[in-house]
Design a binder for this molecule. Structure first.
Ligand code: GLC
Length: 423
């Protein structure tokens, strides 16, 4: 009897222990981190560290294609279906107004109180704010830059080009001897990256999509000259190979780092990869970086890009998601992410960090370019505007319509959109 009693107690204890074990196990929360594919993979290191610091939170990385337009459409479909499997999400600067307006993002003002917001770059913070509410925290920023081959320019006695005419001259001279080299690579496929490139052309010719009164107007002499220049580069002068009409960031980076081009327009991440022998780069130590040229010296412009971390309004784990975002934003983590991934940090103090400057010395010289990077049109209808521009600009680059026709069609379609939905 006694024996049975003790065995009973033992079983009960074991049972309780088992249940506690299960309960503890159940407390582990799995959150998803939804981001576009990053060729540097630097976020994995930070996530590993986060899991060591927060052993009860597991982070499942859900990667989508790097193509920003594809990612956008994918998320729109998932949010429209109130998909609960998205927790933390990497957001392109251009999506925030649209997603916030649709009610798909959680306001993050409470998280901002825990972070030194005065240390964050003002441009990206503005892009993360919709109607005075912060919906994402800037993770890294982007600005379009000109990469060039220092060895080739030196050999021919050229300085880095200040103007588009100088760039042309350099390409023509070097290609005279080496016709197999491409001149100037861009991202010309029909997707979001094309808009970043064309805006830089338009701004650097003194144009814009808005006129002095704040109304939309792209049919201007400046925009036409800019688009015509790019058409000529591709279709007449062969400054830019026709292949760019199917290139995104990665295709153009590979050609440049293989040593098959003189110039490349791309984002800052290329610096780290093109200078890293482990990536198979053939141009290590021969890469220069500069502001993009302008029609005149000093008239250069960079498109503001960048990615921000937000939390889905349908997430069932907002607390854990918040912790992950906060972790990514801490000085040390952002520093490591910037060093490993070659990304531009969003915290101002990191631009003075000696280790960062040692790895990316150009951060100091080009800081002005980064903070003056210009936003694409800020409106909740941006993705429709972008689609309209992508189709028409791409057609013009294919030679199917003229520069003027492309701009007129864009104006007509965008104004019809504003008439229908407001600006
Ligand atoms: C980069 C930029 C992003 C832009 C995209 C276009 O990822 O950060 O803002 O939309 O390129 O390809």
């Amino acid at each position: 009897m006694n024996m049975k009693f003790y065995i009973g107690i033992l079983i009960l204890i074991l049972h309780c222990l088992f249940l506690t074990g299960c309960a503890e196990k159940d407390e582990t929360v799995i959150i998803t981190f939804n981001v576009g594919r990053d060729p540097t993979g630097a976020h994995y290191t930070i996530i590993r560290q986060f899991q060591e610091n927060y052993p009860r939170i597991r982070v499942q990385v859900v990667e989508s294609p790097q193509d920003a337009s594809l990612q956008h459409d994918l998320y729109v479909t998932r949010f429209a279906g109130k998909d609960r499997s998205i927790d933390v999400i990497g957001l392109d600067v251009i999506w925030i107004a649209e997603f916030a307006r649709a009610g798909w993002l959680r306001p993050l003002n409470n998280l901002a109180e825990e972070l030194p917001m005065e240390d964050f770059l003002p441009g990206p913070i503005e892009a993360c704010t919709y109607r005075d509410i912060l919906y994402a925290i800037p993770w890294f920023t982007d600005a379009g830059l000109l990469y060039y081959r220092t060895d080739l320019l030196e050999e021919y006695g050229f300085e880095e080009p200040q103007t588009w005419d100088e760039l042309q001259e350099i390409v023509i001279t070097i290609r005279n001897d080496s016709p197999h080299l491409s001149g100037f690579l861009i991202q010309g496929e029909q997707y979001e990256g094309l808009i970043c490139n064309i805006m830089e052309f338009i701004w650097s010719h003194g144009g814009d999509v808005w006129d002095e009164t704040g109304e939309w107007r792209l049919t201007t002499p400046e925009a036409e000259t800019a688009l015509q220049r790019l058409i000529d580069y591709i279709r007449i002068q062969d400054i830019t190979p026709r292949g760019v009409l199917t290139y995104q960031e990665e295709e153009s980076r590979h050609i440049f780092q293989d040593g098959r081009a003189i110039f490349l327009r791309n984002w800052p991440y290329v610096w780290e990869l093109a200078n890293n022998p482990a990536t198979g780069s053939n141009v290590v130590g021969n890469v220069g970086i500069a502001p993009l040229p302008g029609k005149e010296p000093g008239l250069h412009a960079a498109t503001l890009g960048g990615w921000n971390l937000g939390i889905s309004a349908y997430s069932e784990h907002p607390e854990e998601s918040r912790k992950l975002i906060r972790f990514f934003m801490e000085y040390e983590q952002m520093k490591q992410f910037s060093i490993e991934g070659g990304r531009l940090p969003t915290r101002i103090s990191l631009y003075r960090d000696p280790e960062i400057l040692k790895r990316s010395p150009y951060f100091e010289d080009l800081y002005e370019v980064f903070i003056n990077a210009r936003p694409r049109p800020v409106t909740p209808h941006y993705s429709q505007i972008s689609d309209i521009m992508q189709v028409n600009i791409h057609r013009a680059l294919l030679g199917r319509i003229s520069a003027r026709e492309a701009l007129e069609r864009i104006d007509a379609e965008v104004l019809a959109l504003f008439d229908r939905y407001g600006k």
